[in-house]
Design a protein around this ligand. Structure first.
Ligand SMILES: Nc1ncnc2c1ncn2[C@@H]1O[C@H](COP(=O)(O)OP(=O)(O)OP(=O)(O)O)[C@@H](O)[C@H]1O
Ligand SMILES: [Mg+2]
Length: 242
């Protein structure tokens, strides 16, 4: 099977703390993968390694068959890796449209006309078209989450990395965000989604990966993985065999 992302023996430590511990992960083109795990398990660090925020201590990352570990974040973005941030990071003093345009023009490297069209397309897909001329700094939490998605989409991703995009939303807001992410999936974008709101993940993903202390401790069918003793133990603190 053609793997879009292939991670081998990836490790990262901060000081003496091993935060990513010898991770192997293959994600085929078109798959949607959920990642769960306790706070501090190393989930966002994995995204930071994939997007090149900092280098790993060891291991390799291949994207579309190409070794990318030495590439800058900007170059990885041009290749088609985009992310949303756990804490939304828009340009607050710029409009929604201009935020999207930065992503399509600089992130994806599209020329003026194509960048405009891609920005509008992303804003439409994420349901922010009526807010296109509003300053990002005045958006509500849901709208800021949607803008994270807009910016990532406007950079024309093959691989979309979502970091806790559903956290803090009401049930109704969460449902509409789930539908938006389903639509993105239906367009063929490969997705890795870190989320504590497990029911949102289960509505979308094909596969669930569980991280704990920087290691993958479960990986497979979402419902089966959630029902496993090891995962229930982590989430309830109760030893299921006891
Ligand atoms: N740049 C950094 N410098 C030093 N320590 C870091 C850095 N980034 C993360 N860490 C530490 O690495 C560990 C894993 O952090 P990470 O942000 O990957 O966790 P997470 O699984 O995303 O947690 P959460 O669910 O709370 O978002 C934590 O102990 C964190 O304090
Ligand atoms: Mg995190």
């Amino acid at each position: 099977m053609q793997q879009l992302l292939s991670i081998r023996n990836l490790s990262k430590s901060f000081g003496s703390v091993l935060v990513t511990n010898d991770i192997d992960l293959d994600v085929p083109q078109g798959q949607s993968v959920g990642i769960i795990g306790p706070n501090g398990a190393g989930k966002s660090t994995l995204f930071n390694l994939i997007t090149g925020v900092f280098p790993p201590n060891s291991g390799s990352i291949q994207f579309n068959g190409q070794a990318i570990s030495s590439f800058s974040s900007a170059k990885r973005c041009r290749l088609g890796i985009a992310r949303s941030f756990q804490i939304p990071q828009p340009f607050s003093g710029m409009s929604v449209f201009d935020n999207a345009l930065v992503a399509s023009a600089h992130g994806a490297g599209l020329s003026a006309k194509a960048a405009d069209a891609a920005a509008i397309d992303a804003i439409e897909k994420t349901g922010l078209i009526e807010k296109a001329n509003v300053l990002a700094g005045s958006l509500t939490l849901l709208e800021r989450k949607r803008l994270e998605l807009t910016r990532a989409l406007a950079s024309q991703p093959k691989l979309l990395l979502l970091d806790e995009i559903a956290g803090g939303l009401t049930d109704k807001e969460c449902q509409s965000l789930i539908q938006t992410i389903k639509d993105i999936k239906a367009d063929g974008v490969t997705i890795i989604w870190i989320e504590h709101v497990v029911h949102a993940l289960l509505a979308v993903v094909d596969r669930l990966v569980v991280l704990d202390f920087g290691q993958i401790i479960a990986d497979g069918d979402p419902e089966i993985t959630m029902a496993s003793n090891e995962v229930r133990e982590i989430y309830t603190g109760i030893d299921a065999d006891a």
